[in-house]
Design a protein around this ligand. Sequence first.
Ligand code: SAM
Length: 279
Amino acid sequence: MTGELFLCATPIGNLEDITYRVVRTLSEVDVIAAEDTRNSIKLLNHFNIKTPLTSYHEYNKYDKAKVLVGRMLAGENVACISDAGTPGISDPGEVLVREALDAGIKVTSLPGACACITALTLSGLPTRRFAFEAFLPADKKERADVLEELKTETRTIIIYEAPHHLAKTLKELADALGDRKVSIVRELTKVHEENFETTLSEAVNYYGENEPRGEYVLVIAGKPASELKEEREFSFRELDIPSHMKIYTDKGIDEKEAMKLVAKDRGVPKREIYDALKR
Ligand code: SAM
């Protein structure tokens, strides 16, 4: 019989944040694929789990996923864990899940700690809609593109960052987004857990003088939708109405529909567009 894949969330600091189900599953599977086996052995020892470990990480994930799928097809059950938190969230896991599903293997995700959700709920910022950006890309061009996109993001934004890059990232965010509310959440579930509610510009000053220590999540207020609407209306009003209409008619949109869209963009009644075009 084919084996199964179990994605097991592990604590992001406090060892009590492991579920009974994860402990049982880790004890019962044939092998545990772990990001860093030296790190994970401490977790297994703490819970007296004797299951063998095998390494599955960023640098072997494609080849190793195939090996693990082979083992599951041969009947073994495999658990996947990362260094901390939910496997697949800014951690290897995604590739293994894809390979397993493609091979017809049953995948079960066992929920538990995840830094982004824990930080969001603690932040005091709106939680209904959010955009998880993980780590900003290291590549200059990709990073600039993401920052550009974030300028108009109205949802709460969540970003992971390492302490040695924090000050630079805050500066880039302040430059791109302007002064926004930010909750700088650090050391979640650990002794020095903290939610520093501030603004991007104050945070740039603060970390210019204080060295960041520990693990950080940035939770940033989205752009108010009313502000975005006002800016869009303003920039459209810079165009004359025929040029504005052309944006849509060039896309193959018929004149009647284009008038509706132009009226919406400019925040005016459709009649006004119609009258202006007739003149
Ligand atoms: N898979 C993990 C999860 O479920 O959140 C994320 C792993 S990612 C490689 C590591 C990043 O997550 C850190 O750089 C930090 O931004 C965030 N993180 C992990 N543990 C954290 C903690 N205890 N406090 C604050 N941030 C944490």
